[in-house]
Design a protein around this ligand. Sequence first.
Ligand code: ADP
Length: 266
Amino acid sequence: VRVTFTPIQRREMGVTGTIVVLQDVTEQEQLEQARREFVANVSHELRTPLTTIKSYLEALEGGALEEPQLAQRFVGVTRNETERMIRLVTDLLHLSRLDSKEAMLAKEWITVSDMLEEVADRFAFQLLQRNTEIFIVVEQELPTILIDRDKIDQVLDNLVSNAIKYTGDSGRIELGARKNAQNELEIFVQDNGIGIPQKDLSRIFERFYRVDKARSRNMGGTGLGLSIAQEIIRAHGGDILLESEYNIGTRVTFTIPYLAGESEEI
Ligand code: ADP
């Protein structure tokens, strides 16, 4: 609580009283705390690949360049780390645009089944490599919907990519869509992967929150995918929810209301 005292003064009578203002600054404090944590996280996430790159470059300089095979491996590592930094900075830019409401939704009418089939196509090679199958289940005669296709594709890509990343080989992924009783489009991505322990579930949409940092990093993750997905879905007036059982699988569902009318700005 912040307390401020202001004396009440009258010309002839001097100070006749005091105004005391008690201000609840909990929310401000929390925001400030979240901001500090975010900056610390970003710095750490950028520092880690930079440190790796630096040490590999030093090794190359210190003699590894003379050994072609070793040199090739080291160059490979620095390139991977650079790519991860680019992904991270791109994700941060997306988040900051969504935060500042700069992002306008460019909505168009979309046929959901086509959209889902194209997502599966984009991952065809990766799915084949992991010997994982994807099934698309779309309710018949699902109406078309007015959405920002690029942004919803970004959400879907992230969810399917997570489903693949956190499911071992020979997995099974289901991608479904239906219209629910609240006149919303409901899309889900379900996997039979490693799942998320109960204790982590409540924090999973937080920026940089990861169940297993090392695993996520190895998989090329930035820890921002779900936060970005949540911002995009909320910008569409919808909601996103994640259900998971450790060692059984995960299901992420998002909804987007069917609106009458044309494209709008947020
Ligand atoms: P990341 O880039 O680390 O994948 P996300 O924001 O997309 O970041 O996800 C946050 C964390 O949630 C992941 O690090 C992972 O621990 C967990 N997670 C997300 N999706 C799944 C899933 N389908 N199965 C198991 N864990 C998941």
